[in-house]
Design a protein around this ligand. Structure first.
Ligand code: NG6
Ligand code: CA
Length: 506
């Protein structure tokens, strides 16, 4: 015991496996500047701030993509999403994107003896090649890639259907009212956001004009399953309820919980008790709801005396967006709030605002509280948690996941990455490579999403390559590619190599 303690204090990694509970809390569309411990002043996030003050707050913490599906794919598999098939934003009837047999954070930790669960947004597809069998067994899914149990929002809250999935089924489905999900209008008189626009409780601004549920029109069409449908207002409460249940069930043995919040994705419909709590409209109120969830999870750990035995990783799946398809006044009420903090761009872009997000680790008694400038990414959880639990990675899996455990635990003033590839969505040729202070953008298409998060999204022309110096110009305002041709050549070739080699993990 003494020797063990001495080793820990010396900062050397322990020789034995450590199996704290692990809770990854992933927010949806939450930007670098959206929480008070990262500089927001228009609202307060006391619970996320508490995590930061009791743990490590990263200033260079990233998710790997600026949309949801590819970041989640990479977080679980430890492989860049651009290497995978169908890793762009998944449609309502997407089959399972991560195939059974793929090594994931969940399968690694299960092998190490953990009970594993995911609660909340999935958005990685369900079912075999012909898509989800909504009325039958929904497999493969999380349970086929290492999770013991799941309680899910199967797609996104703006994509149909608005039902939960528990393990392999939609709970509360009435066989007399089967659930049908499709791309085309199921009948001529099916009400939509176009035909019944004046009845909507929140109007749409682009897309999102198909089937109406809970007074909100969505992406895609569905009918039936009425007894199984949820109210958007109740999602956060449900995630907390199911998570606390899971934590209580597994309080005596190590657990891995992936708490995957739908907040603050559109349609932003926080519970009535949070509505109107901020000056930022429902976007701000949804941040406060997310913060409440974090508080409830911490409370459960405290109550069960697990705080010193649980590593929490708080992160986001992509950067911020204000108008993402509904008229919820996010733009009108933004005031001086900077959702991406000092960074440019946000969701859909490879500017820093798209992927540099709040990133906090807390393990009471083990992580010394502070701020870390180490470069870490959600894609590194597989490699790092494998190192923590002394599991080896398969040679053909987790191809881009680095072991940054010592950075995550703040054990030394190093241990992070020296480079990271960022991407926007799927496999469409929009990349950035950060290599220490340098950042290269590469656009294989001639246009890219406009990057001003405070305005509506538009496409604009871009040169194929741009280079920025993040030390001098963190907001990526000045393309210095013509001043540094040798650096540009080096980064272009490094990026091309990472793409071509099929892996970047040694
Ligand atoms: C886009 C949707 C957007 C959001 C996004 C996925 C439209 C016009 N836009 O296609 O609202 O759903 O997909 O977001 O439909 S993510 O965070 O899940 O990746
Ligand atoms: Ca997202």
């Amino acid at each position: 015991m003494l020797a063990a303690a001495a080793l820990l204090f010396a900062g050397a990694p322990p020789l034995w496996a450590e199996t704290p509970n692990i809770m990854v809390i992933m927010a949806d569309d939450l930007g670098y500047g959206d929480v008070s411990c990262y500089g927001a002043t228009a609202l307060k996030t006391p619970h996320i701030d508490q995590l930061a003050s009791e743990g490590l707050r990263f200033t260079s913490g990233y998710c790997s993509a600026s949309t949801c599906t590819p970041t989640r794919y990479s977080m679980l598999t430890g492989t860049y999403a651009f290497r995978g098939e169908r890793t762009g934003i998944a449609p309502p009837n997407s089959p399972a994107i991560i195939k059974p047999g793929t090594e994931t954070v969940a399968s690694i930790l299960k092998r190490a003896g953990y009970s594993t669960g995911v609660v909340g947004k999935w958005h990685l597809g369900l079912g075999a090649e012909d898509g989800p069998d909504w009325n039958g067994l929904l497999k493969p899914g999380p349970l086929e890639i290492g999770f013991d149990t799941c309680f899910l929002l199967p797609t996104t809250n703006d994509r149909v259907p608005q039902v939960y999935v528990h393990d392999h089924r939609v709970p509360n489905l009435d066989p007399a009212d089967p659930l049908w999900v499709g791309k085309k209008k199921p009948s001529g008189d099916h009400p939509t956001g176009i035909t019944h626009r004046d009845t909507l409780k929140m109007d749409w601004s682009h897309g999102h004009n198909s089937t109406i549920h809970n007074g909100i029109s969505r992406i895609g069409f569905y009918t039936g399953g009425h007894a199984a449908r949820f109210r958007d207002e109740d999602l956060a409460d449900k995630w907390v309820e199911k998570s606390v249940e899971f934590i209580e069930q597994h309080k005596d043995s190590p657990f891995f919980l992936f708490f995957s919040s739908h907040d603050i994705h559109v349609p932003r419909i926080p519970h009535e008790r949070f509505q109107g709590k901020t000056s930022l409209g429902f976007r701000g109120d949804a941040i406060v709801e997310l913060d409440w969830c974090v508080g409830e999870l911490m409370k459960a750990l405290d109550r069960l005396k697990l705080a010193e035995d649980t590593l929490i990783v708080f992160c986001s799946d992509n950067g911020p967006v204000l108008d993402d398809g509904y008229k919820d006044e996010a733009i009108e009420k933004i005031g001086r709030h900077r959702a991406a903090g000092p960074y440019k761009g946000g969701k859909y872009s490879v500017y820093e605002g798209g992927t540099r997000t709040p990133f906090i680790t807390r393990w009471k008694g083990r992580i010394k509280p502070g701020v870390s400038d180490e470069l870490v990414c959600t894609i590194d959880l597989a490699g790092s948690l494998a190192a923590l639990s002394k599991q080896s990675l398969p040679d053909d899996g987790c191809l881009d996941s680095f072991n940054v455990l010592s950075a995550l635990l703040g054990e030394a003033d190093a241990g992070g990455r020296d480079h990271l590839v960022q991407q926007n969505n799927g496999n469409n040729g929009t990349y950035a490579l950060r290599s220490n202070k340098w950042k290269l953008h590469r656009y294989d298409k001639k246009t890219a999403r406009n990057v001003v998060v405070e305005q509506s999204l538009t496409n604009s022309k871009v040169p194929q390559f741009q280079l920025f110096n993040l030390d001098d110009d963190p907001a990526e305002t000045k393309n210095v590619i013509s001043d540094h041709p040798a650096i540009a050549v080096r980064l272009k070739s490094q990026l091309a190599g990472i793409i071509k080699d099929g892996r970047s993990r040694p």
